[in-house]
Design a protein around this ligand. Sequence first.
Ligand SMILES: [Zn+2]
Length: 277
Amino acid sequence: MRHWVTGVGLFLLLGTFVHETVAQDRLPIIDMHMHPGSFTQTVAAMDHYNIVLGFLSSRRLDDVFEWVEALPGRFIASPQVRDPADVDLGRLRREYEAGRFGGMGEISSQYAGIAADDPVLEPIFALAEEFDVPVLIHSHGTGGRNSPQFRIEIGRPTRIEEVLIRHPALRISIEASGFPFLESTIALMLHYPNVYGDLSTWKYTREIFEWYLLRLLDAGLGSRLMFGSDVAEGRPEVIGESIEAIESISFLTQVQKRDIFCNNAARFLSLDPVVCQ
Ligand SMILES: [Zn+2]
């Protein structure tokens, strides 16, 4: 039996109580960047901060499905794709047909030295377009210290441009809003309105996080920036840390914060905006 199953029982006992006593003080949040880790602690944080929906991806597809089954309606299930050669496309197609997947990615092929515009990723993007699911892609300049095939340069967001030309209906969220490729990110997002960015940049230093966010806002992209904790195995506390990092930014208005925490993601996901109220 998986280690988190005992936690599910605890959640069922306490979940309603926690949700009613804490979350009602907070407006809804959508977390556009989550990976499975500790189920009990992650769900407790989601309830505490009123995260009503999380975009959840892993290469361990069964982990994703187990979370969805344990907490129906709170996650968008999505397969993480690193090297497309390792992906069972037939299975992915069956899962999309069955409605069990609602997203594509995190596509983390940068860790395998594969750029977004590499033809080997073409079937992955084609599948996302065919089933009209939102895509999350690791396309920026950090990460990969322990991955010998990782390359900084292929993470430049403009490498996604050819994908968008081939698949103009794709909705793509760029992890960390392309940090630190600021010019490339702004150019791509200004030209392609279906491109959004998540703010998992919160994990860098406060000065860098604020500096980068301010430049994106100055470029007029405030309606396409979304909250993303990048919570993963071993560090459930990053959910709270990432929310508080954004809440404490003095130059953001309440309207901008609500857009980042929920409204922009609801639009990106084609959800009824009432989900954010
Ligand atoms: Zn991630």
